[in-house]
Design a protein around this ligand. Structure first.
Ligand SMILES: [Zn+2]
Length: 181
């Protein structure tokens, strides 16, 4: 598969998960999505701030662990990222995710197979938490009433309960804003 095909497949998978469970409004609750597809989510406090989350797959059950000490937006992204590993990377049973696995900018420059998986899980998380169609609709209506794209990013980040950086990155990927915004 070409890279472009991989990412459009990831986008389609996230869309399908939301559609199958009739989730149509922001903010998306990734914990609910995880539970709907049969994953348990446990919050565990971990002093190592670098440790974001993990995915453990057993024969019958899979569990997502998330660092309880992190900000709720960060936990939401971690859960969505682990769902991405679960759906996309069937051959592996364990993922342990540190802060660096979520660094989208750094990951753009690196191309190891491990990095590729992290990039795919991040793309899935973004597509799940900021569904393309819904976000485009919200962006267009905001653009009709305000011209400052920083303000639009802030408003949308709040509405979708993601960090402004994650929202900015998603809007760039959807080609709704340019990279220098
Ligand atoms: Zn990961």
């Amino acid at each position: 598969m070409t890279t472009e095909m991989i990412y459009s497949t990831i986008e389609d998978m996230a869309t399908k998960v939301l559609k199958d469970h009739k989730i149509t409004e922001a903010p998306i609750d990734p914990k609910k999505v995880a539970e709907l597809i049969g994953l348990s989510v446990v919050e565990v406090p971990h002093d190592n701030d670098d440790l974001c989350g993990l995915l453990l797959k057993g024969d019958k059950k899979a569990i997502i662990g998330v660092n309880a000490l992190h900000h709720s937006n960060r936990k939401r992204f971690t859960i969505a990222h682990e769902i991405g590993h679960y759906l996309l990377h069937k051959n592996e049973n364990t993922f342990l995710d540190h802060h660096e696995n979520f660094d989208m900018v750094k990951f753009r420059k690196n191309s190891s197979p491990k990095t590729q998986e992290e990039r795919e899980a991040n793309s899935f998380a973004a597509a799940l938490l900021m569904p393309a169609k819904l976000l485009k609709k919200n962006f267009t209506s905001l653009q009709g009433v305000m011209s400052n794209s920083q303000e639009i990013i802030q408003l949308l980040a709040k509405k979708y309960a993601v960090s402004p950086d994650a929202m900015r990155y998603r809007l760039i990927n959807l080609q709704l804003i340019s990279a220098h915004n």
